[in-house]
Design a protein around this ligand. Structure first.
Ligand code: ATP
Ligand code: MN
Length: 428
């Protein structure tokens, strides 16, 4: 079906014949004429229709909001309608009639409550401002993918059904795997590390990560999209540099995107790199200076991160985390075993990424497993890859929804997930 997208119309000549297709957002009937507001994924436009015969009159009487139509008409660029452009309909056909009443209004000025919106997400997503979120997310990911590809990373796909927990944690979903018990993977960590032993040099993966987060928070999903990289013959500083350049490339891609005109209403600011770095210890010092208690060896609370984040305009790294709060595979800092060669990328009070140089030496890795209360035997498939020539390596995992959320200044991560999975929501 050849057709014009609505955003194109204002750029076409007055009097041109056009074909559009979309949803009827609103219908206004006068005696001899009807006004339809027709919406597609690129915009909305008024179509006028002369009610000069019985077939048309009948059709308009039957037409409901959110029905799918296509129409052919003449472009009028001197319309009194908003935007000054309308289509004078010559031929209208109904492709699919919507039931009425709608469980959720598309153009209602008052926002429906969260459950109504997400129980009818297909309708909620028809709102242009929702679609915009996913355009931004898509551009962001394209930008990051293109950048990593230009840096010779190979995109890989590792298993999501696994036998061992990546970090042994409690936040695992179990699945029945025939006669065995298995889990949904929390992170591709172990697999991307094995690929360093396999000699892939640089890998990245974009895929789902599953976490049985016990509590509903505005920044946690139980299934999210993780962008992961791992790079050989590299340390945490190399990984941080790759991260800030990836984030910048992604945001640049959004800022330059001209897929749909209404996107440029978003003021996207491309951040300057390098991002500032502050050590975990310096964050504690800052908190103390501000009269906030915090002891070495624990993670920051959201309230503490708010205070730490006040010092920075946007992105910053927190480096050198204590080994207590980092996973077993994190490389301790040379000459100071209390801290590690690790980092988090933060945007104000929100964590966007965790990364580190990894331990590549198998004895140290086994020792760290035991110290974390994990059984090395459960990780034998992984440890084996370290016994036959594992290069030094580093990497990170970035939450795509978190990055999209901060970019658009949204307060709830569910807004950037098409069909969010949280503590209570599994349908639709
Ligand atoms: P947090 O402390 O915010 O719970 P985390 O430290 O447990 O996160 P990591 O294991 O470091 O998470 O995962 C890497 C990245 O994946 C995080 O920095 C974040 O961007 C994203 N992420 C982690 N858990 C979730 C989740 N439940 N929902 C959405 N994104 C997540
Ligand atoms: Mn983390």
């Amino acid at each position: 079906m050849s057709r014009n997208y609505i955003y194109e119309l204002s750029g076409l000549e007055d009097g041109k014949r056009v074909d559009i297709a979309g949803w009827v957002q609103d219908i206004r009937k006068l005696k001899n004429v009807a006004f339809l507001m027709v919406r597609d994924n690129t915009g909305i436009i008024q179509a006028t229709l002369k009610l000069d015969n019985e077939t048309t009159k009948h059709m308009i009487n039957e037409l409901t909001r959110e029905s799918v139509i296509k129409l052919t008409g003449i472009l009028n660029k001197h319309s009194p309608a908003k935007g000054g452009v309308e289509v004078q309909t010559i031929d209208l056909s109904l492709l699919n009639r919507s039931l009425t009443p709608l469980p959720l209004g598309i153009a209602d000025p008052v926002e429906a409550d969260f459950d109504t919106r997400f129980n009818n997400r297909f309708l909620d997503l028809r709102k242009p401002e929702r679609l915009k979120i996913f355009h931004v997310e898509s551009e962001l990911l394209w930008g990051i993918r293109k950048f990593l590809n230009s840096e010779h990373f190979v995109e890989v796909h590792t298993p999501k059904i696994v036998a061992a927990a990546t970090e042994g944690g409690a936040d695992l979903f179990g699945v029945k795997y025939f006669e065995k018990n298995a889990y949904l993977n929390q992170s591709p960590q172990l697999y991307k590390e094995m690929l360093m032993s396999a000699g892939f040099d640089r890998v990245f993966e974009v895929g789902p990560a599953f976490r049985a987060e016990e509590h509903n928070t505005p920044r946690h999903l139980n299934e999210f999209t993780s962008i992961d990289i791992e790079m050989s013959f590299s340390d945490h500083n190399d990984a941080m540099s790759m991260l800030e350049r990836s984030v910048k490339a992604g945001i640049e891609s959004v800022a330059l995107s001209n897929t749909f005109r209404d996107l440029d209403s978003t003021e996207i600011e491309v951040p300057e790199i390098p991002f500032p770095r502050i050590s975990y210890q310096k964050c504690i010092d800052y908190l103390h200076k501000n009269g906030v208690e915090m002891e070495f060896g624990v993670d920051f609370s959201p309230e503490q991160l708010k205070i730490v984040g006040e010092q920075f305009k946007s992105f910053y790294f927190i480096t050198e985390w204590p080994s207590q709060v980092r996973a077993f595979y994190t490389m301790p800092k040379e000459n100071n075993n209390l801290v590690t060669n690790s980092f988090d990328l933060q945007y104000r009070d929100k964590e966007i990424t965790s990364g580190a140089q990894r331990i590549h030496e198998v004895d140290m890795l086994e020792k760290r497993l035991k110290e974390k209360g994990l059984n090395p035997a459960d990780f034998e498939f992984h440890l084996k890859a370290f016994r036959y020539g594992m290069p030094p390596h580093a990497g990170w995992g970035l939450g795509l929804e978190r990055l999209t959320m901060i970019l658009l200044d949204l307060q709830n991560i569910r807004e950037v997930s098409l069909f969010p999975r949280d503590r209570t929501r599994i349908v639709p």
